[in-house]
Design a binder for this molecule. Structure first.
Ligand code: UT7
Length: 339
């Protein structure tokens, strides 16, 4: 039989290393009180956010992505030349094209990699991770670099109090490789409900409404959100996706060691966890320091959990996200970074 026709065995993919980056500048609730009609009390009570990091002018998504990626590659004991595949989950690419993955490939000197951007809003990291894992599991990729990175401050209207208090900038990167043991992806459940498109979007700047005097005067190049309908969808679908994933794997929620959800609002996370029967001590919430960094939240939360000793090799991890689109994702994995 021709060797090239031999099917590749399906392997389990695991996260080999993890690193994150946030820009140094902090925008606190007190700072926002001076910019719009809001209060620290309202922001903390309704969202859990205390502060968020934002970039200085001229710093782009690929810069944040490169900082996190360099560290992730080093922590995996690799060099940029070892990377053969790059997926960047982002809603705020440096520019419409070329992709941020291409810009990142050049910045890293990842001279053996191909790659692309994946737009799934707040599910950007989870969609990218599940996609790259399939490439690794099939044998098509040996070392995949998965990035979730967003400079939300580039598309936020800092005169709109309903959105400007929510978002921050940040990035996370992981190396995905084949697992030689129990660690790695067990299963994932991703889906889309495209009817929710209007509830959270940036109306202009694409082919439907290219930039014009009218779109700029109408402030249409900024995030617009119907917060309450997104909130309701997020709570219902975080729970639904996780419940269905656990059920089809015959796993009871009590066996989950840690629940890491997208950080959009601590009330969404707590409510979904409560409905799933996952107690507070197994729930990661770090939104108070970073706000909603869109594709950055999950790696930022994983990183904190590792640093705090809450996520250890062998732990059963449930990850979930809901984002604009709507996009929904739930992932079940056995944690196990390279020693
Ligand atoms: O990651 C992508 C997915 N995004 C999300 O998951 C976000 C989901 N939605 C949410 O997290 C919440 O809906 C928000 C945090 C955006 C808003 O919280 P809420 O409890 O749903 O508040 P609301 O929109 O019902 O507004 C309540 C009141 C309103 O005033 P009135 O009409 O009751 O007088 C708002 O105008 O709060 C007012 N308000 C504010 N007040 C002070 C809205 N934003 C602010 C603000 N400061 N920043």
């Amino acid at each position: 039989m021709n060797a090239s026709l031999t099917p590749r065995p399906v392997r389990r993919a695991r996260i080999a290393s993890l690193a994150t980056y946030v820009p140094p500048k902090v925008l606190s609730n007190a700072d926002l009180e001076k910019m719009v009609d809001t209060s620290d009390e309202w922001i903390r009570q309704r969202t859990g956010i205390r502060e968020r990091h934002i970039v200085d002018p001229g710093v782009a998504t690929s810069d944040l992505a490169a900082a996190a990626s360099r560290e992730a590659i080093a922590r995996a004991g690799l060099t940029p030349s070892d990377i053969d595949f790059i997926v960047v989950g982002t809603t705020t690419p440096d520019m419409l094209f070329p992709s941020t993955a291409c810009l990142l490939q050049a910045k890293l000197g990842a001279d053996h990699a191909w790659g692309y951007d994946l737009l799934a809003a707040c599910s950007g990291f989870t969609y990218a991770l599940t996609t790259a894992s399939q490439m690794v599991a099939s044998g098509a990729s040996r070392y995949a670099l998965v990035v979730g990175a967003d400079v939300m401050s580039s598309i936020i209207d800092y005169t709109d109090r309903t959105t400007c208090v929510l978002f921050g900038d940040g990035a996370g990167a992981v190396i995905v490789e084949a697992s030689d043991g129990e660690a790695g992806m067990i299963d994932f459940l991703n889906y889309v409900d495209g009817h929710g498109g209007d509830a959270l979007c940036m109306p202009a700047g694409g082919s439907l409404r290219p930039a014009s005097k009218e779109t700029i005067e109408g402030r249409l190049h900024y995030v617009k959100q119907d917060g309450q309908s997104v909130f309701r969808f997020a709570v219902r679908n975080t729970e639904d996706a996780c419940r269905r994933l656990l059920e089809r794997n015959g796993i009871d929620a009590s066996h989950i060691d840690l629940f890491v959800s997208h950080q959009a609002n601590q009330r969404i996370i707590r409510s979904a966890a409560e409905k799933l029967g996952i107690p507070d001590e197994k729930v990661v919430i770090n939104i108070e320091r970073f706000g909603n960094t869109t594709a950055g939240t999950i790696p930022l939360a994983l990183n904190d959990a590792v640093d705090e000793g809450r996520l250890k090799a062998g732990d059963l991890l449930l990850v979930a996200s809901v984002g604009a689109g709507f996009t929904v994702s739930a992932i079940l994995m056995r944690w196990g970074l390279k020693a």
